[in-house]
Design a protein. Structure first.
Length: 248
């Protein structure tokens, strides 16, 4: 199988997971880029930011048409993450590969845990606390900037519990936050010396966008909880593999 075909297949699988599950699906991009396409951890996180940016922007447009994006709340949350995302994007290229791999493994394991144990404490309509909004937005921005993940599995609960959005609006608004943070981190990495094979990233991203539509259709046919559990166990296995790799 040629490397371009492999990029298309990996991108499609990532997109299907993203479309079927929403938050958490893009976490597959980094390990796919490292272990299937041979990217270094620094290059993989940079490439993942490009994939996350275009797929999130595409999904954001659909949610905007449906009226499920709270633009003001999303802009405030994203603004808190702009500086951490930019700084994280700038320094990530200089981090040791083992550190990046290990940190990503921890985030992937956290995403898997969230999917296996959905939070029962989501509280829609809670009073907005500016300090908590700033802290949550900054934390998400830092994770996006350093590790190249959208962080939807972190953004949605934060937008519900901290900003007080209803679940449907939180999902749409999280895409605004993810798009802004990912783009800021990607631009920050433009000045680094990390080489990225964009000829492989382009088909990967294109296949991810198309796969997301198939993922949405799949979500309508299969139980969402069942899909989440299957994906969570796969993601947990990937996290353990990456953690073992980082420690060797």
């Amino acid at each position: 199988m040629s490397v371009v075909v492999l990029a298309l297949v990996a991108g499609a699988v990532t997109g299907i997971a993203l479309g079927a599950l929403g938050g958490g699906g893009s976490v597959l991009a980094v390990p796919a880029l490292i272990y299937l396409l041979g990217f270094t951890p620094a290059a993989a996180t940079t490439a993942s930011l490009a994939v996350v940016t275009v797929t999130s922007a595409t999904a954001l447009a659909a949610h905007a048409r449906a009226g499920t994006v709270e633009w003001r709340a999303g802009a405030l949350f994203a603004a808190a993450g702009l500086v951490p995302a930019t700084l994280g994007g700038a320094v990530s290229g200089y981090a040791p590969p083992a550190l990046l791999t290990g940190a990503f493994a921890v985030i992937a394991a956290l995403a898997a845990y969230r999917m296996l144990h959905p939070s029962a404490s989501l509280r829609e309509g809670v009073p907005v606390r500016p300090l908590q909004v700033a802290r949550a937005g900054a934390g998400l921005g830092a994770v996006t900037g350093v590790l190249g993940v959208g962080g939807g599995f972190l953004a949605v609960p934060a937008l519900v519990n901290v900003v007080g959005l209803r679940m449907r609006a939180a999902v749409g608004t999280s895409l605004l936050v993810i798009t802004v943070n990912s783009l800021a981190a990607l631009l920050a990495r433009a000045g680094t010396a990390t080489p990225v094979d964009w000829a492989l990233v382009a088909p990967f991203a294109g296949a991810a966008i198309l796969g997301a539509w198939d993922g949405k259709r799949l979500a309508g046919r299969v139980s969402g909880s069942r899909l989440q559990r299957i994906f969570a166990w796969v993601l947990l296995a990937v996290a353990l593999f990456m953690l073992a790799d980082a420690m060797t």
